[in-house]
Design a protein around this ligand. Structure first.
Ligand SMILES: Nc1ncnc2c1ncn2[C@@H]1O[C@H](COP(=O)(O)OP(=O)(O)OP(=O)(O)O)[C@@H](O)[C@H]1O
Length: 332
């Protein structure tokens, strides 16, 4: 089954939002490859552009946003940026399963979960609707919920954590082989979160999926992802195999994120919050390095030249870092 997992190649992707100050990029010139069968985590603080990037995988960026440049090439689908209308609708759900960040609120309040499940199945031409319900119950059961009861419930009868799990079920139930999970576990306590991440990993392996997990919580990525991409101010600043990036981070922003998490440093007294705040669309620098305002390694060149992504090919996959200071130090 593993051969069904699609590869994804995002190249030169720029997504802008219209603001009173003009069209400003929330995602800028992003290049990212999701290897077939891998789990990739994208991590970054609020506003770094993670959700916008995730929506682009479905060509689902809504006005006032638009994809201004680049391509998202998915095996079996082609460039989704060029897909339109019915082709696009069919691709969503069937080829690309997704849970949006707002999953907790995205259920229709007037219909039971079961009715929405049937609507989803019908809109994608599923003939075996009984099979679909069976599958949904099975997934909900694995996530610790009473499937029959949940399917009979309306949104208001479910807690935030239950809705989140319903969102994950809806992302997986149509058997899409590319799955995008945006903040899949934010409403959950630590034990339930860990449990859900374990299930996501199991289902990923059983079905031979390619999975993208978006989160602000580097601990989530540490638990679930094979590869990690770090996003800041609409740019990908570091990428690599999760263990390597967490064990030996190279970009000053990645180092700061890791230092801020007691769970990862192992010592609550040693955790240090990252100073300063992430930029907004308006305050993000238009030229030079997007991270320089918060960076201890800032040099003159950072003010004017956007650092290029530097690629090192390793046995476990490439490590990529975009930082002048790192490049100067490591390649002096
Ligand atoms: N509809 C919109 N109109 C204008 N600006 C937007 C819109 N949606 C997002 N943005 C801006 O784009 C930037 C990226 O937002 P995005 O939601 O992609 O980031 P994120 O990393 O997913 O953050 P969060 O975790 O808070 O959702 C932010 O500065 C945000 O304010």
């Amino acid at each position: 089954m593993a051969q069904q997992a699609p590869g994804v190649r995002i190249d030169g992707l720029t997504v802008v939002y219209k603001t009173p100050a003009g069209e400003l990029p929330a995602v800028r010139d992003v290049r990212l490859t999701l290897e077939p069968g891998s789990i990739t985590g994208i991590v970054g603080e609020s506003g770094s552009g993670k959700s916008t990037l995730a929506l682009s995988l479905l060509n689902a960026v809504q006005p006032p946003g638009r994809i201004a440049a680049g391509s998202v090439d998915i095996d079996g689908l082609g460039d989704v940026v060029a897909l339109k209308g019915e082709h696009l609708r069919k691709a969503r759900g069937k080829h690309v399963g997704y849970v949006f960040q707002a999953a907790q609120n995205s259920l229709n309040p007037l219909k039971t979960v079961g009715k929405q499940l049937l609507d989803l199945g019908r809109s994608h031409g599923v003939e075996d609707l009984r099979g679909l319900v069976r599958e949904a119950k099975e997934l909900l059961g694995r996530m610790g919920l009473d499937g029959a009861r949940v399917l009979d419930s309306h949104q208001h009868e479910l807690s935030g954590g239950m809705r989140q799990r319903v969102g994950i079920m809806l992302a997986l139930v149509l058997n899409a082989h590319l799955v995008v999970l945006d903040e899949p576990t934010t409403a959950l306590d630590m034990i339930t979160q860990s449990n859900i991440l374990k299930i996501i990993r199991e289902v990923h392996a059983e079905r031979g999926l390619t999975t993208l997990v978006i989160t602000h919580d580097i601990g989530v990525v540490a638990e679930v992802a094979d590869r990690l991409a770090v996003m800041y101010g609409g740019r990908l600043v570091e990428q690599g195999p999760t263990r390597q990036v967490l064990g030996a981070p190279r970009h000053p922003y990645t180092k700061g994120l890791i230092r801020a998490i007691p769970r990862l440093t192992g010592d609550i007294d040693e955790a240090q919050a990252l100073p300063g705040r992430p930029p907004t669309l308006v305050t993000v620098p238009k030229e030079g390095c997007v991270f320089r305002e918060r960076c201890a390694l800032r040099m003159d060149v950072c003010d004017t030249v956007d650092p290029e992504a530097h690629v090192d090919q390793g046995a476990d996959g490439s490590r990529i870092v975009a930082c002048h200071a790192v490049t100067v130090k490591e390649h002096a």
